[in-house]
Design a protein around this ligand. Structure first.
Ligand code: BDP
Length: 612
């Protein structure tokens, strides 16, 4: 899916700014809130942003269900004379129904990927009213999986001593706050009648030559003209046809930390007449898993970095380009080279920035919370229900995989797809669920990038069912909390356990392995001479011990720490004090002491050939 840009044949309008916003009272649709201007208790609300932290009212922050957004706009004659006028949402979390001038024009389910609709001319008037119904409810069919529960404080026999029963719905999804709203930009773009629909790039390196195999999809069977422009703006190669190969002598490669991007200019023509023009960035690089190594440009790469969240003060999960820039700067400062888009696809804007900055990305769909027995497993309790019978996420999962790969396929920064985080791998039914999901992703990616799935705690995973799924993956990614959820306070003792477990997986699968999460909650400023949990000293020790274990393993290809920064979590859990505090940086992006420990370690670890 092409990112909206402005060219000589395309126009672009950004509808970001202050919109009108109202909570739904459960009767919005029935009462036709979309038919007229929103009235009553209406707030001003910036788009893009999460609405939750922007009104000092618990009813707003923790609202579960629908909310309404509204914006009026007029289009200039220039725009109205264009053939196709398209309304495009970067993301709306989690469900959207879009009304134009009181009529529904599209709906979407899935909170982290773009969707669009053509605005037919006869729907447009001079002053147009765009109304969006946004619903943040999660259930067993959504990704993330989540739910709504009612607070019920009544305990039999002690009614008179109990806090009054509160009928409050609590939205829960896994360990991150269910931020919602119009999270990414809303844009209107135009195209000519006959237009470029899609571009797919596959790159290769043969001897010194950079190879770009392109294919262009267009609405019209005209002539396609392709030019490659280098960083200095020079046109260095051309080709014609919808599918072709371009060879670049002495190509400059896209490398982690040293990104080089060419620009591919695609022109769709009818004889001499130019119909449409589009520009796509292209990094020439290869990715391959071979003999227990993860190869980028043919060299064994070592991942150093983080699991992140799109999470910042006030913005919540709303696009924050300033924080994105700052985070990449901090990643470079600390010696990191990569991150995972835990636990959902991030904005198109951050992916484009990662391309520019040479930051390597593991791209994850929002398949998180697919484990109805997680806590039981954790506590060794046998469960009576089966995850794969209870959940009905297949349709959404396939939709998200399709849309993610369609959106991100050309990004050189994306080196691996992650199809789920911490799911019920060990339960019967996981293979039947995941085999088609993995096959779908493999089939869709023209670049044939490696595929992974992130697994949780070790011991229940050693089942035949889990091994069957792992056999389908290219890299085994582990979230492990030895010295925190297991052996809390005893991180000195875990080095041997980490090594032993990794050896077991290697014996079984002979696949490269990495940690995609490991961490310890840490209160910034809490210091202890004897490292105790929550102290900065414990977090430092935690990473020192893990580093020692990782360095013993030949086929261990990387370490991504949990988490880059402290982040907001659900508010009804005493497991968290003001959010998850496993950040190496605070939520305000100030370093904790462990940042210096990791900086020291990572500055000595090269991007390539660390594990020979
Ligand atoms: C893992 C989850 C992650 C949590 C983390 C934690 O993948 O989302 O935030 O644990 O508990 O299970 O900190």
């Amino acid at each position: 899916m092409l990112y909206p840009i402005m060219t000589t044949t395309r126009n672009l309008i950004d509808l970001s700014g202050v919109w009108r916003f109202k909570l739904d009272d459960g009767k919005g649709i029935e009462n036709g809130y979309f038919k007229d201007r929103l009235y009553g208790k209406v707030y001003n609300m910036p788009v893009p942003s999460s609405f939750n932290d922007l009104i000092e009212d618990k009813e707003v922050r923790e609202h579960v269900g629908a909310v309404w957004y509204e914006k009026e706009f007029e289009l200039s004659k220039g725009i109205l004379n264009e053939d196709r006028v398209v309304l495009r949402f970067g993301s709306v979390t989690h469900k959207a129904v879009v009304f134009l001038n009181g009529k529904e024009i599209c709906r979407n389910k899935g909170g982290f990927l773009p969707f669009e609709v053509v605005l037919e001319k006869d729907m447009l008037v001079n002053r147009n009213r765009l109304t969006i119904l946004v619903d943040n409810t999660l259930d067993n069919t959504t990704l993330p999986v989540g739910g709504v529960k009612e607070l019920d404080n009544v305990s039999k026999g002690l009614e008179e001593l109990m806090i009054p029963k509160v009928k409050r719905h609590i939205a829960y999804c896994v360990d991150f706050f269910n931020y919602s709203g119009i999270h990414r930009p809303v844009k209107i773009y135009t195209t000519p009648k006959e237009f470029i629909k899609d571009i797919t790039l596959i790159t290769d390196i043969v001897e010194e030559k950079g190879i770009i195999d392109y294919s262009v999809q267009a609405s019209f069977d005209g002539d396609v003209f392709v030019e490659v422009i280098d960083k200095e703006g020079k046109n260095i190669a051309t080709a014609t046809g919808k599918n072709n190969r371009i060879e670049i002598e002495n190509a400059k490669l896209w490398e982690p930390g040293a990104a080089y991007l060419y620009e591919i200019k695609v022109t769709l023509k009818d004889g001499d007449k130019i119909l449409d023009v589009y520009y796509e960035k292209c990094g020439v690089r290869t990715v391959k898993v071979e003999a227990g190594k993860f190869l980028i440009n043919g060299k064994p790469f070592y991942f150093k970095g983080f699991g992140k969240h799109e999470d910042s003060n006030s913005n919540g999960r709303g696009l924050n380009e300033v924080i994105n820039r700052k985070d990449f700067s901090l990643m470079k400062w600390i010696g990191a080279n990569s991150f995972r888009t835990s636990h959902y696809p991030y904005s198109e804007e951050i992916m484009r920035l990662a391309d520019e900055e040479g930051i390597v990305v593991i791209d994850e769909v929002p398949a998180v919370g697919l484990h109805v027995n997680f806590m039981n497993t954790y506590m060794g309790i046998k469960s009576s229900q089966s995850t794969w019978e209870v959940l009905k996420t297949k349709e959404q999962h396939e939709k998200d995989i399709r849309e993610l790969i369609k959106r991100d396929k050309n990004h050189p920064c994306v080196v691996m797809w992650c199809v789920a985080n911490e799911t019920a791998l060990e339960e019967e039914g996981s293979y039947a669920y995941f085999k088609p999901i993995i096959d779908l992703a493999r089939g869709l990616d023209a670049q044939k990038r490696p595929i992974t799935l992130v697994s949780h705690i070790a011991y229940p995973l050693n089942t035949e069912e889990a091994h069957k799924v792992c056999a389908e993956l290219d890299v085994l990614c582990f979230n492990r909390y030895y010295g925190w959820y297991w052996g809390v306070g005893e991180v000195e003792l875990v080095e041997g356990v980490i090594v032993k477990e990794l050896e077991m997986w290697w014996e079984h699968h002979k696949k490269p392995m990495m940690y995609t999460e490991f961490g310890a909650d840490t209160v910034n400023g809490l210091k202890e001479t004897t490292p105790v949990i929550y102290s900065e000293d414990y977090q430092q020790l935690y990473y020192e011990v893990h580093g020692r274990a990782f360095d013993k393993m030949e086929y261990f290809i990387g370490e991504q720490v949990w988490n880059f920064a402290d982040f907001a979590t659900r508010y009804d859990s005493i497991m968290r004090v003001g959010g998850n505090k496993k950040g190496i940086f605070t939520r305000e992006r100030k370093p904790k002491m462990a940042a210096y420990t990791l900086k020291k370690r990572w500055e000595q670890i090269p991007d390539f050939n660390y594990k020979k």
